[in-house]
Design a protein around this ligand. Sequence first.
Ligand code: CUA
Length: 337
Amino acid sequence: MKHFAIAFVLVIIVTVLVILGLSALDLVPQLASAEGEFVDQMFDVQIYIIAFIFSLIVVLMLYSVVVFRRKPGDTSDGPHITGNTSLEITWTLIPLAVVIGIGIWGAGHLYEITASEPDEMVVEVTGFQFGWRFDYPEHGVSSSELYLPRGRQILFKITSTDVIHSFWVPEFRIKQDAVPGRWTELRVTPTEVGDYRIRCAELCGYAHTTMYAPVVVVEPDEFEAWLTGQAVERPPSEDLSPAELGAQLVEEQGCLSCHSLDGSELVGPTWLGIFGAERQMEDGSTLVADEQYLRASILEPQSQVVAGYPNIMPAAYSFLSDEELDGIVEYIKTLSE
Ligand code: CUA
């Protein structure tokens, strides 16, 4: 009985220390969504349970090793123990009850997290190798940045153009797969104004680790102003010069998540100074980046891979019209002037 009392006290002390230690680690970033509160509650309870089970096992084991070790000169056999049915039933039933309890609790939270509020706003999210595009169908706005108003529920409708990605903003806590050929849903109510970042949480290829997009949560009036500004900034394409049309397209199509405009190294070659330059190909040949070269690079990227870069650009841009292709080529030319 004395041993049980001492071990019990030690288990409680170690449990508290483990909880304090894990809490000090800042395992999750600042919380910025209403739905995330449920996740954090459950995460905290999990930490408590994990700390207790860890302490129970480690304390009892170390206590037995130290206190019940063989005394010097003792060569007798230990007691022959064949089993303990009531102990085995106990350590089966208690974890079973804990796991079922967490399951029921989690299902209740999941129901609340996915429930629709009447004034929710739809944002369509398209993941692609290797970036994100956002459409606001109720407002006719597209963006490469995810702007959101604080305090309003957002219904994200998520899809992908190529492979499976996963939409994840750690500050919002919850995530959802982006699957080609179907729309998945996720509801988030941002609660804190701030700048965050989407990460892709599904291994999706060469530049998976850099598949980011900015998230900006602002007050509702500021959000309205941003929407209005986006609509004004995008006049109909017939009013644009070819280079202006190209500048708009490369932003919308996400080209800039792999190609920089300022010479910095991303997954693909920078466009700065590319027009008219000699390009060293993977197969050892040399090409001059003229208009024909740029068009072919967009339409059939696998046909001419620049040395030192992976052959990963999707051949997914044949939907671009001649006019749009010309626009992109004209825009890339302006980066060599
Ligand atoms: Cu997209 Cu990982």
